[in-house]
Design a protein around this ligand. Structure first.
Ligand code: EPU
Length: 335
């Protein structure tokens, strides 16, 4: 178990914020996890585990033990008449895994191409894009249960998935995910529920998963900045869910409002709300709002996490004043 002292986390968060970790631990095997947690507990220090750092706001130096999830491996775990059960270890890069699964002949993850981050992080916030959420293809995962000091397998129902949410967000100190298994139907069907995909492929015969993969990569690259080029964490706020009454009131005042029926109410496009407040392309110092997508905040270089949180607050205040809607921050914040 390699441990670096007072190491910078700059390369380990996609905003590129230059904060440090007191102890930075490279976790390459599941057996290291109990030791890692025990070290922190013995010294009464905090611990946290990061994947690709693509859903993080680091606004302060981190005390205690920060683990980098680097457990690697992927395989066809098993198959039955209807499904392939494909497993990847938590440290695998998500996009590489999606591509690999297609190449191996296990389609089904193509709508989630190009999402930054690791496989282990995918169930934490139940990643979703272009008509598909991880919860829809998730079979089970293996995790170290910190509370009971043992490894456990959790089913789809155990994980209590919801929109950008899961059991793991409720109690981040309970489990460390070590591998995730996906259940992919052998009888593949194209998922064209996202309007832009439907428009692109409605009349295409012989549509393949690779066609969808390529199209998703194209749409994503056109709308979202590459974190290697411009620091960001994807969508910075959840799309807020409002009651039917609130939706009707807003729709009357703003006929162009973008909203989708969701559960008992309506999900609003936060990007549209922020855009209407004039923030697209807005810049304060080193931080700003992406010029092509108002839901994405960016670090133009040299910015800090606290500056980013100040910008987020400015946006939240303006959206609340204009629409009476509260926006909640999507990434995990350390401050
Ligand atoms: N819109 C604007 N102005 C903007 C941004 C968006 O008017 O500046 C409008 C768009 O024209 C569209 C609507 O808002 O009509 C929704 O935009 P889009 O389809 O781009 O999706 P989104 O709601 O902004 C969500 C996810 C993304 C995911 C896309 C595609 C959340 C918080 N975000 O974004 O996920 O890729 O849908 O499925 O649910 C992420 O979570 O990091 C992420 C990128």
């Amino acid at each position: 178990m390699k441990i670096d002292l007072h190491a910078t986390l700059r390369a380990h968060n996609t905003f590129g914020f230059d904060v440090s970790a007191q102890y930075l631990v490279h976790l390459t095997q599941a057996e290291e996890l109990p030791v890692f947690v025990q070290k922190a507990l013995d010294q009464a220090l905090p611990w946290q585990v990061f994947g690709g750092g693509s859903n993080l706001v680091l606004a302060a130096d981190l005390k205690g033990y920060t683990g980098l999830m680097q457990i690697m491996g992927r395989r066809l775990m098993r198959e039955d008449a209807d499904y392939f059960y494909v497993e990847a270890m938590a440290g695998e890069n998500w996009h590489d895994f999606v591509l690999w699964s297609l190449e191996q002949g296990y389609p089904g993850l193509e709508n989630l191409a190009l999402i930054p981050g690791t496989v282990g992080a995918s169930p934490i916030q139940n990643i979703g894009a272009y008509g598909l959420e991880v919860a829809q293809v998730f079979d089970s995962l293996e995790a170290f249960d910190v509370q009971n000091n043992c490894f456990v397998r959790l089913s789809n129902a155990d994980c209590a998935f919801a929109y950008r949410h899961s059991l793991f967000k409720e109690d981040p100190q309970r489990y460390i995910v070590t591998s995730v298994c996906f259940k992919l139907p052998k009888k593949w069907q194209a998922n064209l529920t996202y309007a832009e995909l439907e428009k692109a492929f409605a009349n295409k015969s012989d549509l393949s998963a690779k066609d969808i993969f390529n199209k998703v990569c194209e749409i994503r690259s056109a709308k979202l900045p590459d974190p290697k080029v411009l620091g960001n964490s994807g969508s910075f706020f959840h799309n807020p869910v409002v009651t039917h009454e609130k939706y009707q009131e807003l729709k009357k005042r703003f006929p162009n409002l973008i909203a989708y029926p969701y559960a008992e109410g309506w999900k609003l496009a936060a990007g549209w709300l922020i855009d209407q407040c004039g923030f697209k392309g807005y810049r304060v110092g080193h931080l700003g709002v992406y010029e092509k997508q108002a839901l994405v905040l960016v670090n133009h270089g040299g910015g800090t996490g606290s500056e980013l949180l100040a910008l987020a607050k400015e946006i939240q205040d303006k959206v609340l004043a204009s629409f009476g809607v509260s926006l909640s921050i999507e990434p995990v914040v350390f401050k």
